[in-house]
Design a protein around this ligand. Structure first.
Ligand code: ATP
Length: 240
């Protein structure tokens, strides 16, 4: 089913051939966790929702001092071709429940792909889709792959990236963004670099996160490095 959606996305001209390779790599890692959400993934999904719901004035200030002048947090869900093909409706639901922005953000950018993906998201119910107009450059990234919406990712406190490239994740972190990554490969640079790493398939992770926003959740003392090690242990377990 997922594979066919990606295949259709290629035929429709908004998923790249590299997107098919990413899908194949994802399937291999998903197989290793028996295509199920593991305990550490579930914990990371809860921690991600907690971070996404935090106000910016509660986060990252020296001594944990709240800043009453601070603007509310800007949360952005970054969407590429594979994500649009696999779970556009759920992305829109999650964005609505979090009051987050949705931005089309492509590694292999073309105007045509960008517009097609924005269209899919709008058909799925998105009222506004960022990333299709004027752009600014992410510091440290070259040309098209590093251009983002000045009102979207450029302003974000927290960015949720899925099936993302390591260089871009690193550049977002260096730009001061909190990065949450959904990536089935716990060894990828993105997985290793994110503030919160969800080692799960987007088609399971996003619905789980919607449920946690609706029902509430709380996770104590979340440590991403430790949690990521536990995700790797789940793979080892399945191999033994
Ligand atoms: P990095 O640069 O971070 O090391 P990479 O070069 O492997 O990563 P991509 O080729 O863009 O980056 O790969 C996208 C990642 O997304 C891969 O790690 C793959 O396992 C993962 N992936 C593919 N499909 C899914 C999916 N449905 N859900 C979650 N992750 C997925």
């Amino acid at each position: 089913m997922q594979r066919h959606r990606i295949e259709q996305g290629v035929k429709d001209g908004y998923v790249t051939l590299t997107g098919m390779i990413a899908q194949g790599r994802g399937e291999a890692f998903d197989y290793l966790i028996e295509e199920k959400t593991t305990e550490p993934a579930l914990r990371a999904e809860q921690a991600a929702v907690e971070l996404l719901l935090q106000d910016s004035h509660m986060r990252g200030l020296p001594g944990g001092q709240p800043d009453p002048q601070a603007e509310p947090a800007v949360r952005v869900l970054s969407v590429n071709g594979n994500v649009a093909a696999l779970c556009a409706e759920d992305i829109v639901k999650l964005a609505d429940s979090l009051k987050a922005k949705i931005e089309v953000n492509l590694f292999y950018w073309t105007k045509e792909r960008e517009e097609k993906i924005a269209e899919i998201l709008k058909k799925a119910g998105a009222k506004e889709v960022y990333g299709t107009g004027e752009k600014v450059q992410v510091p440290g990234l070259d040309s098209a792959r590093g251009r983002v919406d000045p009102e979207g990712i450029a302003k974000a406190d927290v960015v949720l990236v899925m099936l993302e490239d390591g260089d871009r994740t690193e550049a977002l972190k260096n730009w001061g963004k909190k990065v949450i990554a959904i990536d089935l490969n716990p060894f990828s640079r993105t997985a290793q670099m994110a503030d919160i790493t969800i080692v799960d398939n987007v088609v399971r992770a996003i619905p789980n996160m919607i449920k946690f926003v609706e029902e509430g959740c709380s996770v104590k003392d979340f440590d991403n490095k430790k949690n990521l090690q536990e995700s790797i242990s789940e793979i080892k377990k399945s191999l033994s």
